[in-house]
Design a binder for this molecule. Structure first.
Ligand code: SAH
Ligand code: SF4
Ligand code: F3S
Length: 447
């Protein structure tokens, strides 16, 4: 075997789906240099930590992981081997210099917009340490090679990146840079490739995915609703999802797409963060709680069976008991099938970090507990409501138990079904028999 084919690449990924997608693309770009992905750091030739900076603990985890991996590296060195260590992603972008100082054994630090330059960086790093946190003029999407590996039955496709909204709590506009949309033809080609390699469901990704405004094949600007309509024409593609959307960009075309496009799944992740107008204003979300209620009413009119999901932050600076109650109220009003909730975490360099009236940890803990109790209750009720009903399930992989397949309902719930392994990759009607907080059980429907 040529020496080229023998290098082991270990990538560990934190954070959002965007990072998961980027990690795959980093592996693609390093493949021509002979790097092949492996599942453990032992004996790796190169380690990349693809990091997330959204909340505090994420950064701490990176440093403790670096410490742990350094031992692997030292062991390898003692055996006469070499291991390149790299930090990528949003912590790298925000704290590049700090990482180089605090972890002097790290060879490379590079931000999310530079992955296509990885081969050059790797070659350089064999001689010296490399920091690259530029926002280059050339888009990484143009320069990255075509997606070349098989993501499986459900795949992710990044259509938009970055954010210009500057919510006062959030690091994303700083770590990912300005909003950028990929051209339609590039996305359509990638979707086709994914379907050819077995994908039946594609989730369109972006930090602000519904702010999508890529250049269409006719040279005109194309929005997300229009993009979904184009992708829905892809033969063999059965399901389309998108995440994460912002309430302000929930335009009529996208709402209509939920009514008109059968392949678009009736599940929408639309974060509101808080139910209080005062807090929404301080967060710079630029919409009120009632604006959000109105959007949901419109979406439900277009697609009555749609299920909602959201993100929430509790303990934003200045959040009073009344503000928090308003969040509880919007949860009761909307009712969610699924949600993420977080304690506010001050991020260096963001406006909210310097706001007066930071909330005490104890209060944040009490509030998040109450909110999560309510959200969990709603999630369980939503899941239980499925019992006795029939849904199309896309089987994406083997189940936990022998003879079972794992699949997803239209509402993205995990479901375990006793089924012939040949049904993997197929969409099949399933009768739901049991439900718990995180998954369902069912039987393939008999006609
Ligand atoms: N673009 C998306 C969110 C991306 S970040 C949107 O606008 O909705 C994912 C989630 O992380 C956010 O929705 C928010 O709930 C949470 N988050 C972001 N910054 C945070 C912070 N400083 N503290 C706690 N949670 C935060
Ligand atoms: Fe962050 Fe706000 Fe942009 Fe979402 S919209 S990525 S929360 S700044
Ligand atoms: Fe985290 Fe960066 Fe995503 S901060 S959530 S990895 S955009």
């Amino acid at each position: 075997m040529p020496e080229k084919a023998q290098k082991k690449l270990y990538i560990k990924t934190w954070g959002c789906q965007m990072n998961v997608y980027d990690s795959r693309r980093m592996a693609d770009v390093l493949a021509p240099l002979g790097y092949r992905p492996v599942d453990t750091p032992d004996d790796a030739d190169m380690i990349i930590l693809n990091t997330c900076h959204i909340r505090e603990k994420a950064t701490d985890k990176v440093f403790s992981e670096l410490g742990r991996l350094k031992e692997h590296r030292d062991q390898k060195k003692a055996r006469g081997g070499k291991m390149l260590m790299a930090v990528a992603g949003c912590v790298a972008q925000a704290e590049g210099k700090f990482i180089m100082e605090r972890a002097p054994y790290v060879d490379m630090v590079f931000g999310p917009q530079t992955y296509h330059e990885l081969p050059q960086m790797v070659m350089k790093a064999t001689g010296e340490r490399v920091v690259n946190t530029d926002f280059p003029a050339e888009s990484k999407f143009d320069a990255l090679p075509q997606e070349n590996d098989n993501q499986g039955v459900t795949a992710f496709l990044s259509v938009q990146e970055g954010c210009d909204k500057f919510c006062t709590f959030c690091v994303v506009p700083y770590t990912r840079g300005a909003e950028f949309s990929r051209p339609v033809s590039q996305i359509a080609d990638e979707a086709k490739k994914l379907v050819e390699s077995g994908a039946r469901e594609i989730t369109l990704l972006g930090q602000n995915v519904n702010a999508y405004h890529g250049t269409g094949k006719d040279g005109k600007s194309c929005n997300l609703g229009q993009l979904i309509a184009i992708l829905a024409e892809t033969d063999g593609l059965e399901r389309i999802r998108y995440t994460t959307s912002h309430p302000r960009d929930m335009d009529q075309d996208l709402i209509d797409a939920h009514r008109d496009i059968a392949k678009l799944m009736p599940f929408l992740h639309l974060p509101i963060q808080s139910g209080s107008d005062a807090i929404l204003k301080a967060m710079n979300r630029k919409h009120s709680a009632d604006d959000y209620r109105e959007i949901i009413a419109k979406i439900k009119k277009a697609r009555p069976d749609i299920a909602m999901s959201s993100d929430f932050i509790v303990g934003f600076p200045g959040e009073t008991d009344e503000d928090f109650e308003a969040t509880m109220q919007i949860v009761r009003d909307v009712t969610y099938a699924f949600a993420y909730s977080f304690k506010y975490s001050p991020r260096p360099g963001t406006p909210a970090a310097n706001m007066p009236m930071q909330i005490h940890e104890k209060v944040k803990t009490e509030r998040i507990q109450r909110l999560q109790d309510l959200l969990n209750e709603q999630q369980l009720a939503f899941n239980r409501d499925m019992i006795g009903k029939r849904f199309d399930v896309l089987f994406d992989r083997k189940g936990a138990k022998d003879g079972q397949l794992h699949g997803r309902t239209p509402y993205n719930q995990a479901i375990h079904v006793k089924a012939n392994p040949r049904l993997r990759g197929h969409t099949v009607p399933v009768d739901v028999t049991e439900a718990n907080a995180n998954s369902l059980t069912g039987n393939v429907a008999i006609f």
